[in-house]
Design a protein. Sequence first.
Length: 238
Amino acid sequence: MDSTLPRTDKRQKLRQGLLTLIGQHAAGARLPTERELSERFEVARETLRHCLRELEGEGVLHRRQGAGTFVSAQPVVKEARLMSFSEEMRQRGLVPSSRLLSFGTVQAGAKLAHRLMVMPGSAVLEISRLRLASQEPMALESSYLAADRVPGFDPAALEQGSLYELLEQRWGLQLRGARQQIEATVLSREEAGQLGVPPFFPALVIERTSTSTTGEVIEYAKSLYRADRYRFEINVSR
Ligand code: 16G
């Protein structure tokens, strides 16, 4: 690193360099040793340690005595914008995928009928998926769609693809807005197993009712997101 740079610029450059390096590693990966890092970034050990401590405080990495410095799993920051799971993951450089857990038709009970604005007793598709980001389980999601709004729905298309893209491409259904409710919960033994975490692990339940550009309710979905991998960000103004 250029020795003529003022100290704060040097620290800033080191911080940027470390963040870039961290970004190139998966969660849990071990970073090079302090000696290697101070040589690579041409900074004194003390300067490096100071920066590592700062990043540790921010939850970007963690250090284990005698074992080294490790990249921490970064929570996905969910913005209050109507995005699909696939869009959200791609935006964060992760590869979205799904495992179809079940698919079937159910008769809408009073609550579901009200949510989807259909007659009680009408046919509703129930799609349950495990959602993964770069192969890591992130959420369990059940989507409900009025069957007559999506005739000929083929769940096989969801193994690889996105539900929102399918709705748009196949039936021209574009989503405009959604109402969301977020609640804290703990996972059951089965849910925890599917998400690869211990039983009673904390999770967020998110219910979303999405409306199309023509004002129809298109989807009611209930999702369970691992609380360690999600953070909500909501912009407020006055
Ligand atoms: C999000 C939606 C979910 C929707 C899915 C579509 C929340 C809380 N839920 O996960 O309702 O079904 O995106 O994703 O954000 P896809 O287009 O990737 O299948």
